[in-house]
Ligand binder design. Sequence first.
Ligand code: AMP
Ligand code: ZN
Length: 474
Amino acid sequence: MNASASGLRFFNTFTRRKESFAPLEPGKVRLYTCGPTVYDYAHIGNFRAFLFEDLLKRWLEYRGFKVTHVMNLTDVDDKTIKGSQKQQIPLVQYTEHYTNAFFEDIKALNVKPADYYPKATEHIPEMTALVKKLITNGYAYKSEDNSIYYSIAKFKNYGKLSHIKVAELKTGARVKTDEYTKEEAQDFALWKAWTPEDGDVFWETELGKGRPGWHIECSAMSMKYLGETFDIHCGGIDNMFPHHENEIAQSEAATGKKFVNYWLHNEHLLVEGRKMAKKFGNFYTLRDLLGKGYDPIAIRFLLLSTHYRAQFNFTFEGLEAAAGAVERLRNFVRRLQDADGAGSGGRVAALTREVQAGFGEAMDDDLNVSAALAALFDFVREVNALLDAGVVSRGEADEVGVVMRGFDGVLGVVGEVEAERLPPEAEKLIARREEARKVGDWAEADALRVRLLELGVVVEDTPHGVRWRLEKKS
Ligand code: AMP
Ligand code: ZN
């Protein structure tokens, strides 16, 4: 496959341009996405990142690629150590709880599982080997406290991803914490020598007694599962510096090869204009929202439906609107099951071709999901009108069903929709109401409508007869 053949275009943060996507191996994509730090329940800002990555993966699969997806689990760092000490339980026990919670959450959000979920604590030998290589190649050195640092001055193009200039840096200025800003760009820790604050969290390795810095895990584990050069690396925009910049420096200095071909970063989910983050206290976990009675699939839809490179504000009105949109899609698929008209004279087939082209072109263009959804909802509206007119044949409805299943393989919000069945008592009431309407007994018809509503059945009188639906219980 050559660059133009895939038809897909992605905005590559590395070049700051939209580029045609050409994988290393035709038909196959090797994808690495930075996973959660399992020190607490993930918030929905984190899930915005994981859902964007899910959408990307599902779209690649829709276009026929076989995707190998790796997501790491950061289960040793300052935050996990602190958390386990506070609860006075072993680190593994502490992180296991939040790892399981993470898997439950992504299942509720209908995120397709990755092929590998490597844990940092289970890859100490791989990280040790990588750091040794960096020492041998002259990019890493031991400091007075026995920690090992990466010398950013040695890596010719340090800053090439995040576009920072480090020329004026004093060689040897160091930062030991894992997270820091561009202004603080300094030599960073690959291996942290043990200190009493680490308690019983340490490994005895050739690098000494200690634990890995954060950045080295993603270099070691991505290359182990995907090879020294792979296709796509994703993460939230906050990970571009220092995390991804450091991954490039570590990996390329060790192998002498290009690390990643396409870097894709999602923008932040905001609350009242500010990034949703634990440290600002302005966050909702998935559990918070489920506890308020929201459908996880509505949350999925909300987080997916804005283009991944645009910031957007989380609001409860937005969430209600997302729930409504999901319901519209589900109702549409449900209605298709009852279609039995004479045929639309080719209208349904034309609309189907149009939506496939519109949805596909939009998604191929750097996952322009808002344009794709606009095409989809236009289609739903137009086919609904044909269903109202009673002209959609069984065969046409089945074809629309197939197309909708294809789109839902990407969006993951409709699932298997059961045909709704009326409770037998409601059937009788609807028949009685019809009789009442025929003889003009509007008071009786209205009273029966209220009784039906009590049974959860909404009846609507349309120019094409009476329609009913079951009211959603939530
Ligand atoms: P962490 O668990 O902090 O390592 O974050 C996991 C992922 O969530 C990373 O890709 C982050 O960049 C991303 N992330 C964190 N906060 C937000 C936010 N408010 N909006 C979107 N993505 C975020
Ligand atoms: Zn990472």
